[in-house]
Design a protein around this ligand. Structure first.
Ligand SMILES: *Cc1c(COP(=O)(O)O)cnc(C)c1O
Length: 211
């Protein structure tokens, strides 16, 4: 089933849009099945689970971290992360930057814009994002923006969220052309996300089934 699901998504995904297979709560065997079908980019949202799976699975997997990360858990995630998608506070950014400098690394990150007011406290305001971009962070490479649309069946609301992050990114790219990535879209809304310029879609349920 996992293979069939992936094949269908690959066939629909425009070139230039990368699939992040969100494997959280699913066992290593499921990830290996997806790996066998050619998938190499996986996303996890819990530090312990991220570290355990990264240690157990093939080296050539690119692991994205997509959940809220507390600064006392950096050691579990940063050594193996390929893209930290969910930098949702200035405090976390400062800690990641400091860890990277101490460890002689540069960490690729996305800045998470706060979208979908009701469901989460996490995420940066537009003003915070502009402030971050105006400053210097030698331990990180800021690759773009990430957002989670409002959890709703109402397509107009989802479109409004995607339009907001997409418009902000276009503005920011005028001054910061290195902001290439836009990570929006999940199982239920990734086709819409592609319309709004997604370069990364984070799909779990539609590949692995219900958690
Ligand atoms: C779980 C999760 C996803 C995947 O959600 P599905 O609806 O299962 O595709 C995407 N992004 C984030 C940040 C998540 O936590």
């Amino acid at each position: 089933m996992i293979r069939e699901n992936l094949t269908r998504i690959y066939s629909e995904l425009p070139s230039g849009v990368q699939l992040v297979a969100v494997s959280k709560f699913h066992p290593v065997q499921d990830i290996l099945e997806a790996y066998g079908a050619g998938q190499r980019v996986f996303g996890e949202n819990r530090p312990q689970e991220f570290a355990a799976k990264a240690a157990a699975l093939p080296e050539d997997i690119a692991w994205h971290f997509i959940g809220h990360l507390q600064t006392n858990k950096l050691k579990l995630v940063l050594p193996r992360v390929s893209l930290l998608q969910s930098v949702d506070s200035v405090h976390l950014l400062e800690a990641v930057n400091a860890w990277a400098l101490e460890n002689g690394r540069v960490i690729d990150i996305l800045l998470e814009l706060h979208l979908g007011a009701e469901q989460t406290k996490h995420g940066l305001t537009e003003q915070e994002i502009r402030g971050i971009l105006a400053a210097s962070w030698p331990g990180v490479r800021i690759r773009g923006l990430m957002g989670m649309a409002t959890h709703t069946e109402d397509e107009a609301l989802i479109r409004a969220d995607f339009a907001r992050i997409s418009t902000l990114l276009k503005e920011l790219r005028q001054d910061y052309p290195f902001l290439e990535e836009l990570s929006i879209g999940m199982s239920g809304d990734w086709r819409l996300a592609v319309e709004y310029g997604a370069t990364l879609v984070r799909i779990g349920t539609a590949i692995f089934g219900e958690r």
